[in-house]
Design a protein around this ligand. Sequence first.
Ligand code: CP3
Length: 347
Amino acid sequence: MDPSDSTLLRACRCEPVGHTPVWFMRQAGRSLPEYRELRGEASVLEAIARPELAAELTLQPVRRYGVDAAILFSDIVVPLVAIGLEIEIVPGRGPVLEHPFGSDRDLERLRPLEPLRDLAPVIETVRILRGELDVPLIGFAGAPFTLASYLVEGGPSRTFGATKALMHAEPKLWHALVDRLAGICLASLRAQVEAGVSAIQLFDSWAGALSPADYEEFALPASRAILEGIADLGVPRIHFGVGTGELLGLMAAAGTDVLGVDWRVPLRAAAKRAGRPMALQGNLDPAICLAPLDVVLEEAGRVLSEARSLPGHVFNLGHGVLPETDPGVLGAVVELVHEVTSTSCLP
Ligand code: CP3
């Protein structure tokens, strides 16, 4: 397979496609019985550190759902763990750090990433997958703001109080922190592309907690440095966050090829906010996937009709698959997307 001619990459570049490509954020994971069985007692981070296992966990949803892309089985905190931060991923909660960041001295805990050494297992997983996949592989990184929020809060947060207090009280420290994180993420993404991923997604999952003014000053410059720093590699760059309705224009202008949209903003409105013609990714509400199948398919159909006017569309959920989702429902969504958008079916 030549990934550059795949339906995913064609849609990202706003070229004609035989059908709309579809994949799901968090398509691997607890919603799949075969995932729970194969991972067994291993923690997420242990599974990621075992290339054969991580490759198989990446492949499971591709086989099960017939999606048009695989996403590397890894996590946004992996490069930080790789440089020695003591982060644990607590089931049902997320990444937790025993000693949160708060002072200049903490910057020394963020040494530069040497990807070939520090991320050797992840690079090996990409190499294995290159020989196994017949759809493109998406690599990813967490954006500096989202990563910094875990480091400053010490774990997941609802208010981001400590993070926002730090950025406003000590802007120099904050900028030094996100600049270091940007360097780490850029090195990680470049290594993933060089090892064989065909597209990348920058997850700024929690950017929607910021006002546009704060986003522009405290988050956007570091994200832009990453996205522009991989422009020369020529792979599509997907830029995603949750609750980012007011930030879409800024996110679209930051070295972004494809703008990820959550379920709160209809795709036609998101296209206007993007400010220029570009491909959009999204945006079925993951919680709706817990409703009866006919409701889910109707909502998926609504997303597809919103997308008809777009120059390019990658069907996805507006955020990750919820663990309690019935995999049969996601399989039916993939079938619907392929059927409804197949050019051979159009009048
Ligand atoms: O198919 C895939 O998408 C798998 C690859 C993947 C994982 N994490 C593995 C994982 C990806 C793309 C991520 C990204 C990630 N990790 C993000 C950005 C995406 C988003 O959801 O906004 C964030 C914020 C994290 C941090 C993180 N890791 C959280 C919040 C959690 C959830 C904790 C929980 O138990 O609910 C994790 C754990 C994690 N990373 C799981 C997986 C499959 C779930 C743990 C499990 O399956 O047991």
